[in-house]
Write a protein that binds this ligand. Structure first.
Ligand code: CA
Length: 332
């Protein structure tokens, strides 16, 4: 058997992760193309280090059309002061920067979905190269990892912070402590539809304390959702002992996604009529939406029915759905 030896990452950081102080710089990834022969993808990064202590790795823009994370992290990068910090904070507001700059979920360069690209490849596509850098360079530096998500252009969520049920119960408990500290209006025990290739899974398999969010969606942010993100990230840093001060306590309602019956998918495309709004209670068998065929009048719509009692935690955002789209998520 031959051993696979991975080549070094082509990404170089203009910041020194071991230096004390506040540094704003870039992760530079060479990207040769028609309009720039020796061009680069420049991913903004801030590193704030004040002596020894834990390291937090904070990311947004894993999907490029989700905005609460980038808002909170561009804000944090310019306002966090060195003397408030003990340990290290690494801030990457737009992890898949090409996708973020284009306002799209996936990268316009290679159609790469960052959250299905782990562990990545140093000799792969642009998105795979970024994933590989996080896998081999940034995640190993971290003790805690917060990756912001929202629904993007096609989904809308109740604002929640989340962690996963894990085989290591101590790791799981530490993650849920941070979820509680984040203090979103809702907190979720999250089930993934498709965990293979996710940043979440990469971090958790490395033993990191990993939390994520879904803070809204529709390809935009609101004053409320941005405020939840900004307050939440500082609370997480306080709970981790990195930022001075006490966690701003607020009530949160805990939600669970017990199994795959949470997810409701469209078997037909068409015009969607919502029958239940986010946060409203539903009973098993209730129609949460109906889908009208759009090619003719006089045809009955298809009802999308809840498979369990709970409340509506997510919904399809655009007014037209396609066959196979996720129409809604019911959480308990
Ligand atoms: Ca997302």
């Amino acid at each position: 058997m031959t051993e696979t030896i991975l080549r070094p990452s082509p990404i170089s950081a203009s910041v020194d992760f071991s230096a004390n102080g506040v540094q704003h710089g870039f992760l530079r990834l060479p990207y040769s193309r028609d309009d720039s022969a020796w061009g680069s993808v420049m991913i903004p990064i801030t590193v704030i280090r004040n002596g020894d202590g834990p390291t937090a790795l904070l990311t947004g823009g894993n999907h490029g059309d989700e905005y609460e994370g980038p808002i909170a992290l561009f804000d944090l990068a310019r306002t966090l002061e060195l003397n408030e910090v003990r340990g290290r904070v690494i801030i990457v507001p737009a992890m898949n920067y090409p996708a973020f700059a284009a306002g799209t979920r996936t990268s316009p360069i290679d159609k790469g979905n960052m959250n299905r690209s782990f562990p990545g490849r140093p000799d792969g596509t642009v998105t795979q190269k970024i994933a590989d850098y996080f896998q081999r360079e940034l995640l190993p530096l971290a003790d805690i990892v917060l990756d912001f998500h929202s629904g993007g252009k096609t989904l809308d969520f109740l604002p929640f912070c989340a962690a996963h049920i894990l085989p290591d119960k101590e790791q799981e408990a530490r993650a849920f402590e941070l979820v509680k500290a984040f203090g979103a209006p809702w907190s979720m025990k999250m089930l993934e539809i498709d965990a293979v290739g996710m940043y979440d899974t990469a971090a958790e398999e490395m033993g990191k304390v990993f939390i994520t969010t879904e803070l809204g969606g529709g390809g935009t942010a609101t004053a409320r959702s941005a405020g939840i993100a900004k307050r939440g990230v500082r609370n997480v840093l306080r709970a981790a002992g990195i930022l001075k001060g006490a966690v701003e306590i607020s009530g949160t309602e805990w939600l669970d996604m017990p199994d795959g019956d949470c997810f409701l998918f469209a078997e037909d495309g068409g015009l969607i009529e919502p029958l239940v709004d986010l946060g409203e209670k539903v009973r098993k068998g209730d129609a949460v939406a109906r889908i009208y065929p759009i090619g003719r009048t006089g045809a009955d719509p298809v009802a999308i029915k809840a498979k369990m009692d709970g409340l509506l935690a997510a919904r399809h955002f655009p007014g037209l759905v396609k066959q196979g789209d996720c129409v809604a998520v019911v959480a308990v």
